[in-house]
Ligand binder design. Sequence first.
Ligand SMILES: Cc1ncc(COP(=O)(O)O)c(C=O)c1O
Length: 388
Amino acid sequence: MNAPGPVPAPDHVFDWLDTEADKRAAAGLVRRLRPRRADTGEVDLAGNDYLGLARDKRVAGATAAAALRWGAGSTGSRLVTGSTELHAELEHELARFCGAQAALVFSSGFAANLGAVTALSGSESAIVTDKYIHASLIEGCRLSRADVAAIAHSDVAAIKHALATRRKPRALVVTDSVFSVDGDLAKLGELTEACRAHGAALLVDDAHGFGVLGEGGRGAVHQAGLSGAPDVVTTITLSKSLGAQGGAVLGPRRVIKHLVDTARSFIFDTALAPGSAAAALAALNVLRAEPELPGKVLAVASRLSEQLAEAGFTVSTPDAAVVSVQAPSPEKAVAWAESCAEHGVRVGCFRPPSVPDGISRLRLTARADLTESDVDAAVKVIVDCAPR
Ligand SMILES: Cc1ncc(COP(=O)(O)O)c(C=O)c1O
């Protein structure tokens, strides 16, 4: 008898993906990668390079020099071969700048958030979050095995109630400092009071506040007088204001020690590339030397928002660098953003599922290196390209 031949590979196991793709197309939710050229000449109101440092020669040059000295990659996880002297120096300098006891660098802000939320909670914990927190924090909550309550946006009374009625002994309140979609600021003072009244720790994702808010760009947590607090932990990304790549957690020394021992996105992840650590360090030095940069970002954000409001759009009032402009539908938002790009202005386009309230938007980000005439010209393009 012949042995049975190999089973032919079935070509239908991923058929369901086509059905899902059709559904997304019908809802106007298809996403497209648009590789940019190095020299577009576009006005960039879509990126997160708030201080305009990503291509600054001091910052990009530090990347190149570090890559030549230390290598293109870090060669291993932080606990094996991936920790270089650059990582240690960056952690020291970030903590010193922000007034935290200690800092720990991760390979991204996403990894920092996953690591912080999971390591600081667990099955004995309740996590109470604002509904509009960043996706990376939401993923951390999902992995945490904690009881998770996601509360309506900016509703501190409901957060207090959730803390008071929790069934678990430990509690962690999780919030963005500046919310990614509309750019509004969390009520950090009230949240801290609520945490302290109910024995909870506070975790603040300051991705959009660091480098833009607080004295010299020390961030929203510093601005709220909470840096160095024994019950507050901050996460940041190195990929926005610092124009580099990577993330960090800042907080009490014992929190950082706990993360080194237990945060899985720290332990089981290749360390941040030396070039990125060096770039972040160089950018931090620029920020120290030029403390006026954050104020320039805020002025650009206000000018954008005021002019678009005057033109009749529904625009957020920016608390930091992010300005959002409502669009009538996902399809119209995409067409609006594409038309702006064709006219030399790159804007962000946020649609479901990236918007917690389901409203599609153009998302504009201010940059310190834009002049008033850059802003005025960009606003004219956005107004001219608006859907009729
Ligand atoms: C609020 C917030 N947290 C975390 C992250 C993730 O940071 P990273 O891009 O460094 O992974 C982002 C970036 O998009 C963000 O906007």
